[in-house]
Design a protein around this ligand. Structure first.
Ligand code: ZN
Length: 423
């Protein structure tokens, strides 16, 4: 562990640390009159238990967008050292200004994540997310520096060069957006690059939904162990939590973040074990502290007991989807990940797929594009069609296309293309 004394705190001690963090966060929010007003001018000493926290209003993505650029910032401008940004498809981007304290906090939680993924100062870490406004590259970099490991800060793209450096510099750790390893595998195949020449043993992957079957493909093809890291621009980037070797849920660093799971429609906190939307409050962030931020991510609390790895911090389930990724088609609700899990159980299919929704003369249409290899059989296609009908109660049109036909974006994979509102 990176900070065993903190990572193994008792539940009682953690609750105490969290209360202090909540009060500290409110004291900070008080310095921004607009932010303080939207919380009903609550004062730090009004909070004496997490139950009191649940009475505060939620903070939404829209509010963060509307606050662009610094409307909800809680530190003086001269204390900002850097900013990161998440761009949505609509409206203003969400901007997160980082103070010196925020950058140190980021390095600390990232270093904990690396250690949970068995990474040490002796490892060589290749950083493949971009360095820039996106939080990925810098987060992995700060964590590696705290750990004292060597980094190869190549950033996004240039997959052939990535493979070459990985091999020549004997990288042992890959950090990436979750579907990027698939690109590595593909390019290696095209270039007749032998993945057996790599020394990679661990990958820290995140920033996208990736199903368990996809995880199995990555681990098998790259011959490494993957760890699922969570976090987003709003919370300060990756590093909010990660799963450990026990693979029994994702530990959230509770001394830095307070998590609630709520029923998306009512906003009511649900009992542990029940799926709902993850709501995050930051307890140590300075530039943009979050109070009850609706992340749109769906998960459930798995356990607050000590894990086999010794850590005591809350474990949540791997993220199962986003409330805004949910596809609603002809009254049926589902998540792309459910389709992905099903596709990957079939022989001869690649890992690439895309759901296309559009509106034609006969009403709404859904087409599922699946990339298949030459050995793919028509009967397998029929089996997949039947399973899909069982899963969704829908029979989308299916198109089997050659490997490589679905475009590969540079950043996150595009699993759903919804053109219904454009017609
Ligand atoms: Zn654990």
């Amino acid at each position: 562990m990176f900070q065993p004394e903190i990572e193994t705190l008792s539940r009682e001690a953690l609750v105490k640390v969290q209360l202090e963090g909540m009060r500290r966060t409110l004291a900070r929010v008080k310095t921004n009159p607009a932010y303080h007003a939207r919380l009903g001018r609550v004062n730090p000493h009004d909070i004496s238990s997490p139950k009191d926290w649940e009475r505060l209003p939620f903070l939404t993505k829209e509010e963060l967008r509307d606050a662009y650029p610094f409307g909800l910032a809680c530190a003086p401008r001269e204390e900002f050292l850097r900013l990161h940004m998440s761009s949505g498809t609509t409206g203003n981007p969400i901007l997160n200004p980082y103070t010196r304290g925020d950058i140190a906090q980021w390095g600390e939680v990232m270093a904990r994540c690396y250690r949970a993924a068995t990474v040490t100062a002796r490892d060589i870490i290749q950083i493949t997310p971009s360095f820039g406004l996106f939080t990925g590259g810098f987060g992995f970099h700060y964590g590696a520096e705290r750990l004292g490991a060597m980094v190869i800060p190549i950033g996004a793209g240039r997959t052939i060069l990535q493979l070459k450096l990985m091999k020549d510099l004997q990288a042992t750790v890959l950090t990436a957006i979750a579907t990027y390893p698939l690109r590595l595998i593909e390019v290696a195949r095209e270039e007749k690059f032998d993945l057996g020449d790599l020394r990679l043993r661990v990958a820290l992957l995140g920033s996208e939904m990736w199903s368990d079957p996809l995880r199995a493909v990555i681990e098998r093809e790259l011959r490494l162990k993957t760890f699922d890291i969570v976090g987003m621009t709003e919370t300060g980037g990756p590093g909010m939590g990660i799963d450990c070797e026990a693979r029994a849920g994702i530990h959230l660093w509770e001394d830095h973040f307070y998590a609630e799971i709520v029923e998306p429609a009512s906003g009511q906190v649900v009992p542990d074990g029940t799926e709902g939307e993850l709501v995050i409050s930051t307890l140590t962030r300075e530039g943009l502290p979050l109070v009850r931020y609706r992340t749109h991510d769906l998960t459930r609390a798995v356990s607050r007991e000590r894990c086999d790895c010794g850590r005591t911090h809350l474990r949540i389930d791997r993220l199962r989807g986003r409330t805004d990724d949910m596809v609603v088609f002809k009254g049926v609700n589902f998540y792309p990940r459910q389709v992905e899990q099903l596709i990957l159980q079939h022989e001869g299919v690649s890992h690439e797929y895309q759901l296309q929704l559009d509106r034609g003369e006969g009403g709404d249409r859904m087409t599922l594009l699946v990339e298949v290899r030459p050995e793919f059989h028509a009967e397998e296609g029929e089996r997949l069609r039947r399973k899909l009908r069982d899963l969704l109660g829908l029979s989308p049109e299916m198109r089997f296309v050659k490997e490589g036909e679905i475009p590969r974006p540079v950043g996150k994979a595009v699993r759903v293309v919804d053109q219904r509102s454009k017609v």
